[in-house]
Design a protein around this ligand. Structure first.
Ligand code: UD1
Ligand code: CA
Length: 455
């Protein structure tokens, strides 16, 4: 099997983004443009990926430091041909070289496969597209037999060239042996005084190599990002696609235009229904018959079957068991783990806590660093005081406990099985099994008390 050597060109500055951040590090669906391209290219078998970087230097490298990338530095950006020249030493004659752009994020791997099928020792493959407005792009010039003869850049084009609607996407595949020969012959005698990679097309034709063309299914696949408007357009294209994928998988979306997926699903059940303005981030796993209310954010979480998430809830790095009801206005975060049939109500925050089956925290509470048993009822306004300003401590509430409203549990503390804590208590010591514990000043009434009068 031939080795594919992918070169992702990503050295350009991206002036029109008007940003301190290198262009390829701007994000679509919370993932950098460059990472999108990288991930797509990794879907191709037998592929070694190199990124040609320059502007933004180390920042660009650091952004993908966890990935398997060969980094090639282009000190000065003297054109796309010059960029490819920097990688010459890593290209073997027998390789197929695939050129991708770091700022063209939505290319599909199926399109790349189609392109790769059209490369042989005697031919190269060029991805082209017909545009209603081809301004700015290199034009594909064909002869009377419709064979490609060369690419003319916008700035070098004459009036007749400018009428051509078929443009160069920049994406191409070519045999290493041919590419190495041609890039060594590039010059910068053109309007931009750059080394154009596109000049290899004319060289190919002159040496009898056939130029095959291939087209993407959709023009959006080959659109590049040069400014924030294009970035937002491609974000919407990407999100529309995610919505389609979800609906095809059996998810009901109340409005496919008002949902954002910035990550992936490890698994998706049947009959999930999603109200408007829901955001999925990171890697989520969602079971069957889950309903998700409006304005909810779910990040890196596991949601089991038959869970009901009511509007305006945030579920962040949490595990939610079967049949739980969450929200509205609930926040589960950082290792919140709910067993089956737990109810978490409005204005409740759960952090680093496990809550066992059938327990309820229905109103206005903070549960942090706690272990809560089965069948526990936590009254409104209960706070686990887990932090002394320096250290964090755990609260344990055993099975069957009833905590009265407005209780503070000063950790470390344990409330033993089946105990009842009277409302308004501040619990500083462990409490015994069963019975009632309360710490509340005795109520008094002063019969003869006079209201103050205004002086
Ligand atoms: C290029 C093509 C043009 C095509 C268009 C599609 C050439 C000469 N022209 O033009 O035919 O229609 O893309 O978008 O190839 N880059 C580097 N190093 C450099 C120069 C560029 O890494 O020295 C990278 C950029 O970061 C970018 C890509 O190459 O990702 C394309 O560069 P850009 O300057 O945008 O090329 P265009 O002039 O748009
Ligand atoms: Ca460009």
């Amino acid at each position: 099997m031939t080795t594919i050597k992918t070169l992702i060109l990503a050295a350009g500055q991206g002036t029109r983004m008007r940003s301190a951040l290198p262009k390829v590090l701007h994000k679509i669906a919370n993932r950098s443009l460059l990472e999108h391209v990288y991930k797509t290219s990794k879907q191709i078998d037998n592929n070694e990926v190199s990124v040609i970087y320059g502007h933004g230097g180390e920042l660009v490298k650091d952004s993908l430091s966890m990935l398997d990338v060969n980094w090639v530095h282009q000190k000065e950006q003297l054109g796309t041909g010059h960029a490819v020249q920097q990688a010459e030493s890593i290209i073997n004659d027998a390789d197929t070289v695939l050129i991708l752009y770091g700022d063209v994020p939505l290319l599909e791997s199926a399109t790349i496969e189609g392109l790769l099928h059209k490369v042989t020792d005697e031919s190269l493959a060029l991805l082209t597209v017909q545009l209603d407005d081809p301004t700015g792009y290199g034009r594909i010039v064909r002869d009377k037999d419709k064979q490609v003869v060369k690419i003319v850049e916008q700035k070098d084009a004459n009036e007749i060239d400018k009428l051509i609607n078929e443009v160069n996407t920049g994406i191409l595949a070519v045999k290493g042996k041919n590419l190495k020969k041609w890039i060594s012959q590039l010059n910068s005698n053109n309007a931009q005084q750059e080394f154009y990679l596109t000049d290899i097309i004319e060289m190919a034709v002159k040496s009898g190599v056939i130029v095959n063309t291939h087209q993407p299914e959709s023009e959006d696949e080959v659109l590049g990002v040069n400014n924030r408007k294009q970035l937002s357009y491609l974000e919407r294209v990407y999100q529309a696609k995610q919505a389609d994928i979800l609906m095809e998988a059996g998810v009901t979306l109340f409005d496919p235009a008002r949902i954002d997926c910035r990550g992936e699903f490890a698994s998706l059940g049947q009959d999930i229904s999603v109200d408007i303005n829901v955001i999925f981030e990171g890697c989520n796993q969602i079971g069957n018959n889950v309903t998700i209310g409006a304005n909810t954010i779910i990040n890196n979480s596991i949601i089991a079957d038959n869970v009901q998430i009511l509007a305006n809830s945030i579920i962040d790095n949490a595990i939610v068991g079967e049949g739980c009801r969450i929200g509205p206005f609930a926040r589960l975060r950082q290792q919140a783990e709910l067993a089956n049939h737990v109810h978490i109500g409005n204005f409740v925050e759960i952090k680093k806590s496990t809550i066992a089956q059938g327990s309820k925290v229905n109103h206005l509470s903070y549960i942090g660093d706690a272990t809560i048993g089965r069948g526990v009822n936590i009254g409104a306004g209960t706070i686990t005081c887990n932090y002394d300003g320096v250290n964090k401590f755990r609260t344990t509430i055993e099975d069957g406990v009833f905590i009265g409203s407005d209780t503070q549990l000063i950790a470390p503390v344990t409330v033993a099985k089946n105990a009842t804590i009277g409302a308004g208590s501040t619990i500083t010591k462990d409490t015994p099994e069963g019975g009632l514990t309360l710490s509340r000043a005795k109520q008094i009434s002063l019969k003869n008390w006079q209201k103050p009068v205004k002086k």
